[in-house]
Design a protein around this ligand. Structure first.
Ligand SMILES: CCCCCCCCCCCCCC(=O)SCCNC(=O)CCNC(=O)[C@H](O)C(C)(C)COP(=O)(O)OP(=O)(O)OC[C@H]1O[C@@H](n2cnc3c(N)ncnc32)[C@H](O)[C@@H]1OP(=O)(O)O
Length: 441
């Protein structure tokens, strides 16, 4: 198979395997992280130089026509606001034309059959790692959760079918979300699950899907969007990295996610990553009654970042109340049942491609975490224990918010690429991972 440039790095292979080696060498972990920080500084410098010299100006036939910041424009940003302003009356009323043999449809994710269709399209065709060892396997309950927050619209769950067979061959979704961007509250949609069937790649179907979802969003008088991707497009507002915490070393080695480091035996590796038998604190699953207090804690915490969601209490309940096999949230309460600490992760397994012994890699993804009665590292150590107890093989976290505080101490290994954050039709200065307070699914 030809290497797919879209390959996401969230599945991050191989690099994890270097972490035990470094750790075993004694003091190597620190060196790893320092090296990473230096590398980031170097990358930023090179990027600035390349932009200045025009070396980054790759042609983007589609993206160059869109209201997104031009490449290399990062340093010229003065003020925040829309790149273009239009009215609903300017929006074309009809769908964009599709090539012959294809037609548009809306997907009703609450219908069993249609949810099955979306599930299967993604299960077979969605994001893979660079080596094609793993492919995201978003579960059906997860897709339902992701696509039905308060205010969602089925018109923004857009599919392309074959007119002949009716088979679903492409998909893109938008869900409403208010973002706070450098102090401004911005009505947006979160765009996700862009997928074109493998047999239809490189035929410029993706731009048509993006234009069509944009048209439908614009008809709702919404003009901004937020999205993440493994690929670099014009122009990221932030660039984050995935880190991976090994919870099941034996399996991760067997599936090729990590490898046994030099001079390390499996037994030593397992000892290195062994976690306490139980949590150190009385964290318990969040219940509906905790929502107002947890919502207050998390919302106030998020205000310290430059980009973050503004969730009302209903949004918060939707996104954070535990759903089995989909999302887990835990609270620690103090006086009057006030939530003092909060941690959460979502469940995103991956298919292990062509592996006889293991079909699925179970991964937890760090979501929103706030510690006030203990250090963040202590909270996240408990989160690792809770994820392990729920059968997770690996715990993934981006280096955003305050995550840098715990990645090294808790033996996370650096992933092999970046996750780029984008805003559509919104100009603002770029931000560091530590200024980014948004996790998309
Ligand atoms: C106000 C409302 C606005 C709403 C919209 C906001 C924007 C939302 C934007 C979408 C956010 C999605 C967030 C997620 O879901 S990120 C996850 C994306 N999905 C995958 O990686 C799954 C596996 N891959 C595929 O299904 C296909 O390879 C896809 C569908 C990705 C591209 O299909 P294909 O490989 O057959 O290519 P093409 O010939 O049709 O088209 C080539 C053009 O497409 C540009 N391209 C490639 N990958 C991406 C990408 N991930 N985001 C944006 N653009 C992308 C590419 O630069 C080129 O344009 P240009 O370089 O020539 O200009």
């Amino acid at each position: 198979m030809v290497a797919d440039p879209e390959s996401a790095t969230a599945l991050g292979t191989a690099v994890l395997g270097q972490q035990p080696a470094a750790a075993a060498a004694g003091g190597g972990k620190g060196a790893d992280v320092l090296q990473y920080i230096r590398q980031q500084q170097l990358e930023r410098m090179m990027k600035r130089n390349a932009a200045r010299l025009g070396g980054e100006s790759k042609e983007h036939k589609f993206w160059d026509t869109q209201p997104v910041p031009k490449q290399g424009a990062e340093e010229e940003v003065v003020g925040n606001g829309p790149i273009e302003v239009k009215q609903v009356s300017d929006v074309r009323p009809d769908s964009y034309p599709l090539p012959a043999g294809f037609e548009w449809c809306n997907l009703d994710i609450n219908s069993e059959t249609e949810a099955d269709e979306v599930y299967t399209l993604l299960w077979e065709n969605y994001v893979e790692d660079d080596d094609h060892l793993f492919r995201f396997d978003y579960s059906k309950p997860f897709l339902r959760w992701a696509l039905t927050p308060p205010g969602y619209s089925a018109a923004l769950h857009v599919g392309v079918r074959s007119t002949k067979t009716n088979k679903l061959l492409g998909f893109i979704s938008g869900v409403p979300a208010t973002m706070r961007v450098s102090g401004d509250a911005v009505r947006t949609v979160e765009i996700n699950f862009l997928c074109v069937h493998k047999k239809l790649r490189s035929k410029r179907l993706a731009p048509v899907l993006i234009k069509e979802v944009t048209r439908r969003v614009n008809l709702k008088d919404i003009w901004q969007a937020v999205y993440t991707a493994g690929v670099v497009l014009p122009t990221p507002v932030a660039s984050c990295r995935y880190f991976h915490r090994n919870l099941n070393p034996k399996k991760l080695i067997e599936v090729g996610f990590s490898r046994l480091a030099n001079r390390m035996t499996l037994a030593r590796t397992m000892r290195l990553y062994k976690l306490p038998d139980a949590t150190a604190t009385a964290l318990r699953p969040m219940q509906p009654a905790d929502v107002p207090s947890a919502h207050k804690l998390v919302s106030e915490y998020l205000l310290r970042f430059k980009l973050h969601p503004l969730m009302d209490v209903h949004d918060f309940g939707h996104w954070l109340l535990p759903r089995e096999g989909v999302v887990d949230s835990f609270v620690l309460t103090g006086e009057d049942n006030t939530v003092t600490d909060f941690c959460s992760f979502y469940h995103l397994p991956s298919t292990v491609i062509g592996n006889e012994k293991h079909r699925t890699l179970f991964a937890a993804y760090s979501f929103y975490n706030v510690a006030t009665s203990m250090p963040l590292t202590a909270l996240m150590r408990d989160a690792l224990v809770l994820a392990r107890d729920r059968g997770m093989d690996v715990f993934n976290a981006l280096n955003l918010m305050e995550n840098e505080q715990f990645l090294q101490d808790l033996l996370f290994g650096i992933g092999d690429g970046h996750l780029q954050y984008y805003l559509y039709n919104w100009r603002c200065a770029g931000m560091t991972p530590g200024e980014t307070g948004l996790v998309l699914l």
